[in-house]
Write a protein that binds this ligand. Structure first.
Ligand SMILES: *Cc1c(COP(=O)(O)O)cnc(C)c1O
Length: 400
């Protein structure tokens, strides 16, 4: 018989009772150092006092009201996100995929409102991940995610990662926009060169296309800047956010310029839950912490320290670690043995990590991680690699 929880996840047999900062305490009392952060969601770690306080105070006042009425907490959060970015306007959602759906609709509607309704196609990149709705699956273009779910939603043209000529070839009279993650997260922490992102901006300007960044995983400090696009010196027209935005509370957002959003008038889009007061309180609390003076400087310092330590580990454990890559605290270890075995070995050392594409182990510490916790994680990775290298030697010996 099927499990009562639909078995779409191959879950680890481990459950947690509570969390404190970078630590998770399992139901059996064991303590784990959490470098999954709920897959880049718990940017402030677990049970951050400011998030807990904001959510519990708001819950006592008003949880949900619907978008039939003004939501002052949401107006404040939207204004702050616009002040801190290229954007002029924000639509709030409950997830990353919904933020991308809004981004895709906004881009298509822009072309339609500009007198070019035939322009609806969007260029995307191999290895991308944009969510699990039918349209975002089509945008991601991964066969294993699309198989068996019927006709693929039309309107997406996928090109190889980092191939500018392929992008140019893919653009036609029906193209509306280019959609890209500045750093591919699920795809294996693949950093897109800044020059490539700038070239896409130029191409969009030249051809009348919108540039859409999926910063669902990179946004809100993960890469050391509030948004990953800040390093490029250019800006997108539309940007999707989610994961860290609510600090653990489900919250996504689609940001756009006045021009890009010109088709999104009253009645063109909606969400029952999106932007509810509870989510808005969580989002405002996260920004209070992340925008405090020095916070992002510390993220950058910690990221540098962690990367240096990991580079040393790679030299010492070349039998296990092939490459260290990433931006800020979005770090990937490409491994020589199956990444799942490394994730398991790290979990045996009570360090939690996430597998990603391209045989990568993702290290996603909370942004509030301390120097001592980074040193602790490095020691655990060191021990796990020792054991994995030993097993590999034994296996090679047995095979001979
Ligand atoms: C996680 C993720 C999504 C999907 O977000 P959900 O909240 O799971 O719908 C989309 N894009 C990127 C880059 C992501 O990392």
């Amino acid at each position: 018989m099927i499990s009562h929880v639909l078995p779409t996840y191959p879950r680890v047999d481990l459950a947690f009772e509570r969390g404190e900062g970078a630590w998770l305490i399992a139901t059996n009392g064991e303590r784990y150092l959490d470098f999954t952060s709920g897959v880049a969601v718990n940017a402030l770690g677990h049970s951050h006092p400011q998030v807990v306080e904001a959510v519990s105070e708001q819950a006592k006042k008003l949880i949900h009201i619907s978008n039939l009425f003004r939501i002052p907490e949401g107006e404040r959060l939207a204004e702050r996100l616009c002040d801190m970015s290229f954007a002029d306007t924000v639509f709030f959602t409950n997830s990353g995929a919904e933020a991308l759906e809004c981004a895709i609709k906004t881009a298509r509607k822009y072309q339609s409102a500009s007198g070019a309704p035939e322009r609806y196609r969007i260029v995307t990149f191999e290895g991308a991940f944009h969510g699990r709705t039918l349209a975002t699956l089509a945008a991601g273009g991964q066969k294993k995610h699309l198989d068996g779910f019927g006709p693929v939603v039309d309107g997406f043209d996928q090109v190889p990662f980092g191939d500018l000529n392929a992008v140019k070839r893919a653009i036609g009279p029906a193209t509306a926009a280019i959609l890209i993650e500045p750093v591919q997260g699920e795809g294996g922490v693949r950093v897109v060169p800044l020059s490539f992102l700038r070239a896409l901006r130029a191409l969009c300007d030249e051809r009348g296309l919108l540039l859409v960044f999926d910063e669902v995983q990179t946004g809100i400090g993960r890469t050391g800047d509030l948004f990953a696009y800040e390093r490029t010196g250019i800006a997108p027209d539309i940007m999707a956010l989610a994961k860290a935005l609510g600090g653990g509370f489900p919250l996504g957002a689609c940001l756009a310029t006045t021009e890009a959003a010109k088709g999104m008038t009253a009645g063109t889009h909606g969400s029952t839950f999106g932007g509810n007061p509870l989510a808005m309180a969580a989002g405002n609390a996260v920004l209070d912490v992340v925008l405090a003076p020095g916070f992002l400087d510390r993220v950058r310092q910690n990221a540098l320290l962690f990367k240096q330590r990991l580079a040393e580990l790679k030299d010492r454990h070349a039998a296990v670690i092939a490459e260290v890559r990433g931006e800020g605290l979005l770090i990937g270890l490409r491994t020589t043995i199956p990444n799942g075995e490394v994730v398991d070995a790290l979990r045996a050392e009570k360090l939690l990590t996430v597998a990603a594409g391209d045989n990568v182990v993702r290290l996603l510490p909370p942004l509030i991680v301390s120097d001592a916790e980074i040193a602790d994680a490095v020691a655990r990775i060191d021990r796990a690699c020792d054991k994995l290298a030993q097993t590999k030697l034994l296996k090679a010996g047995a095979a001979r």
